[in-house]
Design a protein around this ligand. Structure first.
Ligand SMILES: CC(C)(COP(=O)(O)OP(=O)(O)OC[C@H]1O[C@@H](n2cnc3c(N)ncnc32)[C@H](O)[C@@H]1OP(=O)(O)O)[C@@H](O)C(=O)NCCC(=O)NCCS
Length: 163
């Protein structure tokens, strides 16, 4: 990973219900900066994240620089609700590492497939998911502020699939 990202690691976080407002506000800003999507702090606090595989944060031990949050949809299917790496850290393999942590933990909890929603103009994220076996399965028109989205779905893979 390079000097820029030394000292950062993906770690499982405790329940968001126990987070203070400052920590949630930092994540709220991270989501706005990386996706343009604006959520209220109270809405973030209430997300039904899975405590065993769905509460990853990218941390330097002090502050959060990324999140990968997911919920369980059924016995064997998970849904990724939020995935962001701070803009100045993107493109260094950190997201791939986050996905790896999530996928390994989810597999250990019986998850076999995964789904998520992504804006159709978000080429980096779509490329990343496609390389991990997810495929667009439905168009969500007006997904966010008039932008269309894809529902992407596929097997849960830890690493890049053979193409
Ligand atoms: C999506 C995101 C979490 C990935 O994190 P990252 O640290 O930048 O990703 P990495 O450097 O590990 O790259 C992972 C993969 O993404 C894809 N990717 C990254 N940047 C890319 C680009 N500019 N163009 C095309 N693909 C790209 C590649 O497939 C890449 O390589 P890999 O498949 O061999 O692992 C991050 O870019 C981000 O926060 N984006 C903004 C928020 C967002 O769009 N979230 C997803 C919403 S569903």
């Amino acid at each position: 990973m390079g000097d820029l990202v030394s000292g950062l690691s993906w770690i499982p976080a405790n329940s968001l219900k126990g987070w203070d407002t400052g920590r949630l506000e930092n994540i709220r800003r991270l989501i706005v900066q990386t996706t343009g999507e604006s959520y209220r702090i109270e809405r973030l606090r209430e997300l039904p994240l899975d405590g065993d595989f769905g509460r990853w944060v990218l941390s330097d031990g002090n502050m959060d620089f990324g999140i990968l949050w997911a919920m369980r949809l059924s016995d064997n299917c998970a849904r990724v609700l939020a995935f962001s790496v701070a803009e100045n850290l993107q493109g260094n393999g950190i997201g791939a590492e986050g996905w790896r942590h999530f996928a390994l933990a989810a597999k250990g909890c019986g998850i076999r497939s995964v789904q998520l929603e992504v804006r159709q103009d978000n080429v980096p994220a779509i490329t990343m998911y496609h390389r991990r076996g997810l495929r667009p399965r439905g168009c969500i028109s007006g997904f966010y502020r008039g932008y269309d989205g894809w529902l992407m779905l596929g097997p849960l893979l830890v690493d890049v699939a053979s193409q």
